[in-house]
Design a protein around this ligand. Structure first.
Ligand code: PHE
Length: 368
């Protein structure tokens, strides 16, 4: 082709730029280079043709051809840079450096309170207990009345508890589940099973048409009290409750069960101490402490120099509570005890500030 025009040559510059930019890889780009700048290339051919052109056209055609060559060289060089950079990036992604530390998937953690609750449940499951639960928003009738609280008991004060409405509140302890567990152990066709929770406690036994089964349950659960939140107190906390009802259950059974439990949980040398106390739903009632393992009973700041650490409350189930559960207090008896779980988790994991248990701070939770 010897009849080149200046426009033809300018077009070559445009074409080579477009084709170079569109080249998908280095090999394709090399084909573009050969097609335009190679020995047989189109720009090379244009450059060669200039010598054969009429003298008056040569300067303009020569200028255009040089420009086209320049555009081609620039377009190809810049596309090469792009493709090479992409190749290095891809190469880096493909390469596996086996000496790098692995990136493990982030796993969930058990909350320290859950760790303690599960251990407690395991111990009692081993003794033949069943784990049961009840609602956190509870009938006032179960949180108080069925548990033999007199109508004017100070714990019922609005300043001490969270009320939802006239009948429902956030439970202040896990003890209302005692009533639920008792009524659930009546035979399937016994009216007590369907009874409204608000029926006056002393009337429940009158509805019973069966012999309810013995009760052997533990209740782990969240409880609420209207307290200002401090280093040592929270308005949300966890309790663990134990209830056993059957024929001839005595304080000796309570003591034996508790001793077994504290030795399993706190260690084989743990001793237990009862002191008289009062709860409306047990009679007699006793608080219970264990010997302080920090000082071995010598006295330290953990036990406030007493050598004993108070754990919770206990007692024999009050006859009125048995009645509220539809059990005949002349035929059966039982024991119950309950304690706070947060303190156990604090001691176990050396957690100073109780609030950290409820703040969901990942830096804290990751440690467990
Ligand atoms: N419910 C009591 C409390 O919250 C503990 C307790 C449970 C006491 C069972 C006696 C029997 O303090």
């Amino acid at each position: 082709m010897s009849d080149w025009t200046v426009e033809d040559i300018e077009k070559l510059g445009e074409q080579v730029e477009a084709e170079a930019a569109a080249a998908p890889d280095l090999q394709a780009l090399e084909q573009v280079r050969i097609a335009y700048l190679g020995r047989e290339g189109r720009i090379t051919a244009a450059l060669k043709a200039i010598g054969k052109m009429p003298a008056d056209q040569r300067p303009a055609a020569g200028k255009a051809a040089n420009l086209a060559r320049q555009r081609a060289q620039q377009a190809i060089a810049s596309r090469r840079k792009e493709l090479e950079a992409a190749q290095t990036r891809a190469g880096a992604d493909d390469q596996l450096d086996v000496t790098l530390p692995g990136v493990g998937p982030e796993l969930g953690h058990r909350h320290p309170i859950m760790i303690v609750l599960e251990e407690l449940c395991d111990i009692f499951i081993g003794m033949g207990y069943e784990v049961v639960s009840g609602p956190e928003a509870e009938w006032q009738a179960l949180n108080w009345t069925a548990l033999n609280y007199p109508p004017d008991h100070p714990a019922m004060d609005e300043q001490a508890s969270f009320y939802v409405n006239d009948e429902v509140m956030l439970r202040t302890h896990t003890s209302p589940v005692q009533i639920r567990a008792m009524r659930a152990r009546h035979q399937p066709d016994c009216p007590v099973r369907q009874l409204d929770w608000r029926v006056p406690p002393m009337e429940v036994l009158g509805h019973c048409r069966c012999t309810p089964s013995p009760v052997r349950v533990v209740v782990p659960g969240r409880t609420y009290r209207r307290e200002s939140v401090t280093l040592t107190h929270h308005d949300i906390f966890y309790q663990f409750e134990c209830l056993l009802i059957g024929e001839g259950i005595s304080f000796a059974d309570l003591h034996g069960t508790m001793a077994t439990f504290v030795r399993e949980y706190f260690g084989p040398n743990t001793r237990i101490r009862f002191r008289p106390d009062f709860f409306p739903f047990t009679e007699p009632s006793a608080d219970f402490s264990i010997n302080c393992e920090m000082c071995g009973g010598e006295g330290c700041r953990f036990c406030k120099d007493s050598g004993w650490v108070e754990i919770g409350g206990s007692g024999l189930v009050h006859p009125n509570v048995l009645t509220a559960g539809g059990y005949d207090p002349d035929k059966v008896s039982g024991f119950a005890f309950g304690f706070g779980v947060d303190r156990l988790a604090q001691r176990r994991f050396h957690i100073e500030d109780i609030r950290t248990l409820y703040e969901n701070d990942m830096r804290f939770l990751r440690q467990f």
